[in-house]
Design a protein around this ligand. Structure first.
Ligand code: NI
Ligand code: MN
Length: 223
């Protein structure tokens, strides 16, 4: 399967007919030079929480491609106002689809939705554990280090996408601890250098574990 880094928490996942985006913050991202227009076919969009840098271009992508948006109840209800297709998933729940499953897991982070001048309740922030044809990918969304990441060891995660930018999420030190907790085979850093407040050097992070692979924006890791 293909895992393409699109900057921030945005990844394109592809396996056969499964073509998905996570947290598609593309067109307004200061670091992503790949337009949302480039994604012609999408089956799913997964949203970890309600912040603008995670909902991103989900509505226009779903309108254009018909992709099903999978997120929590509050975010799905909000997005339904725009007439897009959504499916609610709750923390602890697993959804099956043609190429595998996705489980929603907890994250320690707020999740408000900005709607014009208004701030709406975005429910609980989350992460996802994907199992696509036997390959397990953990996308934690925005989160600080959590003790329960130790429980993910038994999941045998192949690829953990870990935020390292600090301020709103784990920083390099905490993300290095998370690698010990989760014990994945491969780690790809995310959620850094998009904004000055989340500046981090992924190559500093890479010094802490040989499992770490730094992807440039647009670069694909194949597993
Ligand atoms: Ni956030
Ligand atoms: Mn964020």
């Amino acid at each position: 399967m293909k895992i393409q880094f699109l900057g921030h928490s945005a990844f394109y996942l592809e396996e056969g007919r499964f073509k998905a985006l996570t947290d598609p913050f593309l067109d307004d991202s200061p670091i992503c030079n790949i337009s949302s227009e480039e994604f012609k076919e999408l089956t799913h969009i997964f949203l970890t929480h309600g912040h603008f840098d995670h909902i991103g271009d989900a509505v226009k992508l779903s309108e254009r491609t018909g992709a099903l948006i999978i997120s929590n109840k509050e975010i799905c209800e909000h997005l339904n106002l725009f007439g897009v297709k959504t499916q609610i998933i709750s923390i602890g729940e697993t959804i099956e689809f043609e190429y595998g499953t996705v489980k929603m897991v907890a994250a320690a982070h707020p999740s408000e939705i900005t709607h014009g001048e208004e701030m709406k309740d975005g429910g609980d922030a989350s992460g996802f554990i994907f199992n696509i044809n036997g390959t397990k990918i953990y996308h934690p969304g925005d989160t600080t280090l959590m003790e329960e990441m130790k429980d993910y060891k038994i999941e045998n995660i192949d690829v953990a996408l870990l935020p390292i930018g600090g301020t709103y999420t784990m920083d390099i030190v905490e993300a290095s601890k998370a690698i010990e907790y989760i014990d994945p085979k491969v780690v790809i850093p995310m959620h850094y250098n998009t904004f000055p407040v989340i500046e981090a050097d992924p190559y500093e992070f890479k010094k802490n574990s040989e499992k770490i692979i730094v992807l440039n924006i647009g670069e694909i890791y194949e597993i």
